[in-house]
Every structure is written in C-alpha cells, then in structure tokens.
Design a protein around this ligand. Sequence first.
Ligand SMILES: [Zn+2]
Length: 323
Amino acid sequence: MINLESMESKVFKPVNTKLYKTGQTRGADDDVIYQNRVKRNSTVLIPYSEYEQCKNAPTQKGKYENGFIVLIKPEDYFKEGIESEIKKKGLKLGKNLLVFYETREQYTKYPIKPSWKPAKSRTSPLGGQYVARIPATTEKGKDKIIEGFNSSKLKGAGIRVYEYADDATISACRLQLEFLFWSCYDIDEFLKACSEEEATKLRSHMLEVKTDAVKKGLADMKKLKEQRIVNENGNTICPLCLKPISALEFASKMEQIKGREIPDLTVTNISLFHIHELRSGEFNHRTYNLGWGHHHCNVTVADMGVQGTLEWMKEVLEANEWI
Ligand SMILES: [Zn+2]
C-alpha cells in the first residue's frame, strides 16, 4: 500500500488534497437536501420517478454501500392506488421512502399528516415520514421551511445518486488519477521545485504509484488515449482542448481578472474532469472516465459532455464563419 503521510511534502500537498477530494461529492448549498462534500459511497437519494432506473447500484451486486432513500413528491404520494404501487416496489414510508416537499403549493395542497414526523436518520428506520426544503418568498410571513435532516451534524439526507461510487471504485479512480498526475510532461520541473530529499522520496513514490497502477490494470495507454485522457506520448492532456496538462499547474492559483481578485481563492487551474458527464441514470465516477482538465474547459463542458461541447463549438464557429 502506498503511504505518503510520513513525507508531508509541501510541494505535493496541494496535489494530494486534490486527489483526496476526487472521492467526495461536489459542494451543496446550505438549505438543500444534499450533503455537502461527503464521500461518494454515502447514502444515495433516488427520486421516486427514477427508482426503477436507479434501484441497483453499479457494483456490489446492486447494493449501495450505505443504503438509499427514495424521495416521492406529495402529489404522487397522495394519489389513488399509491400504497399497492409502492408496496410492489418493496418501498415503505419511513423505512426507505420519504415524502419530499419542495414548494409552498405542495405544502398547502397536500398537508403533512398529523402522525408524521420529519425524518432524521439516513439508515432505516428513518425516524420520520417526510422532509421539507421550501425557499422563503418575499411575501410577509412566508419564511423558508426546513424540516428533517437539519441539525448541524445531520445536514442533508444523502447524495445525488449519479455521484455514487463504492469504496473500491473511489480508490481505483484515485490511483488512476495519481498515475495521470505523474504522467504530466513536466514532472521533472515539478520535482525540481522540491528539496533534494523531498524529490528523492517523491521519485520513489512515483515509481510505486506507476507500478501499482499497471498491476491493477489502470494504466492501459490505448484506452486512456481513446478517452482523450493522455496523448500519443502518454502524457496527460485536457480532454476538451487536448493541450498537455502541466504538473506545476496543479498547485497554481487560477489567474484572476484584474481588479476582481478574490483573496484566498481555492480554485486552481486544473480540475477533475468526467469524460462522460455525471448524469441521472448513469454511474460515471469510474476508471477510464476521469482525467485532469483546465478549469475553464471543465466549466465549458459542464453537463454537455465533451462530444456535445465540441458539436456546439462547431456550430458557434460556423455561425461566425470562422470555419
Ligand atoms: Zn483545456
């Protein structure tokens, strides 16, 4: 097992942090149903309408490592014949199913039953039957309504189902991503930024990572090239613009527009990049689907995916008669 804790290399630290974060979900706002930056194998939240599509986890014989909670809209829950429908699916209110209120209209039109309690546990029994996240309006007396999973320790009920990956997948992805870091074209430059002692340790660590990645089948160059993750030379590239990624950029703060600098900006130039984007009904946090790309390229791709983005860019250039 690769162990870097004892090294505490200053130069490698930002890279290590970045690698660690790849195992976590993206940040969530304060008043949403999702947990903020937690491990990708946490309890998943499945919308009732997507239950059939998402009920089986991608690994572990379809089992989610920390279970799942299905969220049903009040208008669906209060319709005729729902009881037998949910029973047939193996769902039970308060056990693995919660009514989820998101709008004021739902809250008034489908009142919460007097016997119901707001849920507070991520494992069965959930300690309640419903959860509410309703934003405030400008109207007087219409404050936000936040019920269930709202204590500071238990903020958020779970993670978006498509961000899920099991523990073994998280580790494999992390190893492949570190392998890709050490595959940057200017890795020698990076090592030059370290003290001699540090550089020696990091060099042997790099070898360990590369050997381990090969042994675990995570260094298939042909596959990585096909996925736009490395180039002909086996160097890591940005999956959108295909420019080689610099190891030094992993630690450098993003260049900011003059006059609009934000102190303590934590966004760096290089971001984790999903080749096939994370989307409902798919589990795309997996090996050979992750690479390192420029922050701006990643933001541009957003939910469109690399292919969709290139097609859109082509249309834009054609419209401008550049091509
Ligand atoms: Zn790029």
